[in-house]
Design a protein around this ligand. Structure first.
Ligand SMILES: [Fe+2]
Length: 265
C-alpha cells in the first residue's frame, strides 16, 4: 500500500483555448514542466480532453468528463464551467494526473478514475512508495463506466506497471480513441516547448507523427502484440495526450509505428 503525501497543486502553465473537435468533444493544449536541471526546466505540450453530455436534458445542464487533466488559468476555468458541470475526471496515463488533485479540490463532487496499476507517483519516479493522490475509483478492463459515459468503452493495455488506458468513443463521425501516453502525435515542437524541451524531446524520439509513446513503452515494457490488438479496432480518430488530433483513417496512420515495435534496436 502506498503512503499518500499530498503536495501543493502545481500552478497553471501556459495553454490555449478549449477547442471543439467534434460535437460535445473538446481538447485544450497546455504545458508540462519537468525539472531536468535546477535552473532550466524542460517544457513541452500535453492535452486535456473534455467530453460533454446533456443526457437528454437542456443544453445548459450538461455534465462534463475531463480526461488527461491540464490545469487551466482563471479564464480557461470560466470557459470550462461555461460548458457544463464537471462530474468525472479520468486519468489514462501514469505519467499524467498531476492536476487531478486541483480539479478534485475545485469540483469535490466529481469522481476521479485512474487506471489500475498506475499509482500517482511523484516526479516520474515509478518505484516511489509515496503517492501524492489517490483516485476514487480504479479503471480496469472490467470496470462498469458511469451512465454518463454511455457509448464509451475502456481498453487497458496489458504491460508491466505503469499501465496505460484508452477511452473508445463510438460516434457518428466514427470510432474515436482518447489516449494517454500510448498513442501520440507530436509531429512538431509547438509553442509550449522551450529550448530544452525541443532539444531533449527530439533526442528522445518524441517528435514524430502517429507513434507509440516512446518513453512509456520502454518503462512499461509493452509487448508489440498488445499494441497490435488496437489495430483490430480500426479506429478512425485519435485525440492524444501529446500532439495534435489525428482525424480520419487513424488506425492506418499508426500502423507503421505499431507494427515496427520490437524492431527499433
Ligand atoms: Fe505523457
Amino acid at each position: 500500500m502506498n503512503t499518500v503525501v499530498a503536495r501543493p497543486h502545481p500552478p497553471s502553465l501556459p495553454h490555449g483555448e478549449i477547442e471543439k473537435i467534434f460535437e460535445d468533444v473538446y481538447m485544450v493544449t497546455g504545458t508540462v514542466e519537468m525539472k531536468m536541471l535546477p535552473f532550466m526546466p524542460m517544457t513541452f505540450s500535453r492535452n486535456m480532453q473534455v467530453i460533454r453530455n446533456t443526457g437528454g436534458r437542456d443544453d445548459d445542464e450538461a455534465d462534463l468528463i475531463l480526461v488527461n487533466t491540464v490545469r487551466l488559468d482563471d479564464d480557461g476555468l470560466a470557459a470550462l464551467d461555461g460548458l457544463g458541470a464537471v462530474k468525472h475526471i479520468v486519468r489514462l496515463a501514469a505519467f499524467h494526473g498531476m492536476d487531478d488533485p486541483f480539479y478534485k479540490a475545485r469540483y469535490p463532487q466529481a469522481t476521479v478514475w485512474a487506471v489500475d496499476d498506475a499509482p500517482y507517483f511523484p516526479n516520474f519516479e515509478t518505484k516511489s512508495k509515496e503517492v501524492y493522490f489517490q483516485a476514487d475509483k480504479r479503471l480496469e478492463a472490467s470496470s462498469e463506466l458511469p451512465a454518463i459515459l454511455a457509448g464509451v468503452s475502456f481498453v487497458v493495455i496489458e504491460s508491466e506497471k505503469p499501465k496505460d488506458g484508452i477511452l473508445v468513443l463510438e460516434r457518428p463521425e466514427g470510432k474515436v480513441l482518447i489516449t494517454g501516453d500510448s498513442l501520440q502525435n507530436m509531429d512538431e515542437c509547438d509553442a509550449y516547448f522551450n529550448y530544452l524541451g525541443r532539444l531533449c524531446m527530439k533526442m528522445m524520439g518524441f517528435i514524430s507523427p502517429c507513434q507509440v509513446g516512446p518513453a512509456w513503452k520502454k518503462v512499461a515494457n509493452v509487448q508489440p502484440k498488445e499494441m497490435r490488438k488496437l489495430l483490430d479496432l480500426q479506429f478512425d480518430h485519435v485525440l492524444p495526450a501529446h500532439g495534435r488530433p489525428v482525424l480520419g483513417q487513424a488506425w492506418k496512420r499508426y500502423e507503421a509505428s505499431i507494427l515496427g515495435m520490437g524492431e527499433e534496436n
